[in-house]
Design a protein around this ligand. Structure first.
Ligand SMILES: Cc1cc2nc3c(=O)[nH]c(=O)nc-3n(C[C@H](O)[C@H](O)[C@H](O)COP(=O)(O)OP(=O)(O)OC[C@H]3O[C@@H](n4cnc5c(N)ncnc54)[C@H](O)[C@@H]3O)c2cc1C
Length: 476
């Protein structure tokens, strides 16, 4: 198959029977309206592969199956494919919101490289196993979630020294037919999904080999409990920003995983390599390319808000300046996305690695600028997004005439136009989804300090020092 339609994706989720909890109740994820919105957000990636406008970007050919596949299951192998991925991310965020499916593409790439390198060192067969799994993943056009972040226990101690050994996911039993794992993952982005890919969250030391586990678990495998907190926009106004991002925790209560789904088991010295690669990939995807799409939408909203308020955004000096400031934030993200592609390189197993410095700079940039972007839009949009009557109020005949009269701003625009713009901005800035995006900018892809540490690893500081010494005419 290789490509699922949106309808086939929803149907395939419906067939699963995950232990899914929301607000204390066990429920099929598609039966909760907010989680269903999250499924629809991911669903954009399936729809886009069949849209005339986007299908050339969202489809590619698999070198494993020979079939056309969705770009979200593909491993970019060269500059062109990586650049295409950036465009896909930009479009996805602008059109559908935080797309949620991207993170596991980043993870699949990391596992692809790490399994290859482990086999080379230890003569294991993880890479071949993983390629088989990836073939299945591509053929079925699956959506897996990324189970990297562990519950983690006290931050002062590494996995092997935690008072509770289950604070990090670990192998509790090795059997002839597979392994049994225990622990919890979270925070994790969780829209209704087919698979959970479990990987270590940090580098590991000798004595911590039980924590060195990479495997793929079906979302409805026995022992898996998924507890989700969806954060949606207000779905009631008749606007097209209908999106929800859901995060939560995955409890793995002695879950059996057959060997053909195990891609690391005990090789603790490769945990850091996997995490390092993932953070480069994800900071590039989420910190750089995706943010351009988000800022594109915020810029458009700013223009519309000024016009709805009766002000020309290109003639009123301070609004024009604010628009340019906002635009520059997005373009800086994009500059990192593109620079990372053109300064990236291809690894031995053939996976493209975006330049680590730009990926991490993009992450630091977004951590600091999403709040600033919100501030600029809040300034121009006025305080009305906090007070705007709801769509239901607007539709109430007792209120409609008041809303029509007092929400009219620009005499050349119908009130309903103004209302739609304010509802859009209310959702972009004030919804639970909007608040969640602020913490995503800080912690998604790792916290601030994790990015800074990467500079110590990836920058050739010695070269810079030698340059200064040479210019000072001091021999090293
Ligand atoms: C919206 C969102 C979506 C996410 N999606 C996913 C996902 O899909 N999959 C996934 O696996 N993860 C996901 N994450 C998790 C994310 O990667 C983590 O939140 C992030 O890596 C930080 O880890 P933490 O939350 O455990 O914070 P912590 O590691 O607890 O960090 C909190 C603070 O403590 C500091 N700190 C921690 N340890 C130490 C120490 N030993 N010494 C000094 N300071 C320390 C940190 O620098 C930071 O300032 C998501 C997070 C968010 C917010």
């Amino acid at each position: 198959m290789g490509l699922k339609t949106y309808e086939e994706y929803i149907e395939s989720l419906r067939k699963l029977k995950p232990q899914h909890y929301i607000r204390g109740k066990k429920i099929h994820p598609l039966d909760d309206p907010e989680l269903r919105m999250a499924a629809d957000t991911v669903g954009f990636t399936y729809k886009a592969a069949f849209m005339d406008e986007y299908k050339d970007l969202f489809r590619t050919r698999s070198d494993l199956t020979g079939e056309e596949i969705n770009v979200f299951t593909h491993i970019p192998k060269n500059t062109d494919e990586m650049y295409n991925w950036c465009k896909v991310m930009r479009i996805s965020t602008a059109e559908a919101g935080c797309i949620l499916r991207c993170v596991t593409n980043d993870l699949l790439r990391s596992i692809y490289v790490t399994t290859y390198e482990m086999d080379k060192k230890y003569g294991t067969d993880y890479h071949q196993r993983f390629r088989e799994y990836l073939r299945y993943y591509q053929k079925e056009d699956l959506y897996g979630i990324t189970g990297m972040t562990d519950a983690g226990g006290t931050r002062a101690l590494p996995p092997g020294k935690q008072p509770d050994p289950d604070a990090f996911v670990r192998v509790v039993e090795k059997r002839s037919d597979g392994i049994v794992i225990r622990g919890a993952k979270g925070p994790v982005a969780i829209a209704p999904c087919h698979e959970i890919i479990v990987v270590p969250t940090r580098g590991l030391r000798e004595g911590e080999s039980d924590y060195a586990v990479v495997c793929a678990v079906p979302a409805d495998a026995p022992g898996v409990k998924i507890v989700v907190r969806p954060r949606a926009v207000d779905p009631s106004p008749p606007i097209n920003l209908k999106t929800s991002a859901s995060e939560g925790m995955v409890f793995l209560d002695d879950v059996f995983v057959p060997w053909d789904r195990v891609f690391m088991c005990g090789e603790y010295d490769f945990a850091y390599r996997l995490v390092d690669l993932f953070t480069i990939f994800h900071r590039h995807t989420c910190g750089a390319a995706c943010k351009r799409g988000f800022y594109d939408l915020l810029c458009g909203a700013l223009i519309c808000a000024a016009e709805a308020n009766g002000l020309d955004p290109f003639r009123v000096g301070h609004i024009r300046d604010k628009l340019i400031d906002l635009f520059a934030l997005g373009e800086t993200s994009w500059a990192h996305a593109v620079a990372a592609v053109y300064e990236g390189y291809v690894t031995e197993p053939g996976v493209f690695i975006p330049a680590p410095i730009h990926a991490n700079l993009a992450k630091l940039h977004q951590t600091r600028t999403v709040q600033e972007a919100y501030r600029i839009l809040m300034d121009v949009a006025s305080g009305m997004p906090v007070s705007v009557p709801t769509y239901e109020d607007y539709e109430n005949p007792e209120l409609k005439s008041y809303v029509e009269k007092y929400l009219k701003r620009n005499p050349e625009m119908p009130t309903e136009y103004t209302l739609k713009i304010i509802w859009l901005i209310e959702n972009l800035l004030l919804s639970p989804w909007a608040a969640r995006n602020l913490i995503l900018a800080v912690h998604g892809g790792g916290h601030d300090q994790a990015s800074r540490v990467m500079f110590l690893r990836h920058v050739d500081w010695d070269r810079l020092k030698k340059l200064a010494l040479r210019r000072a005419n001091i021999s090293a």
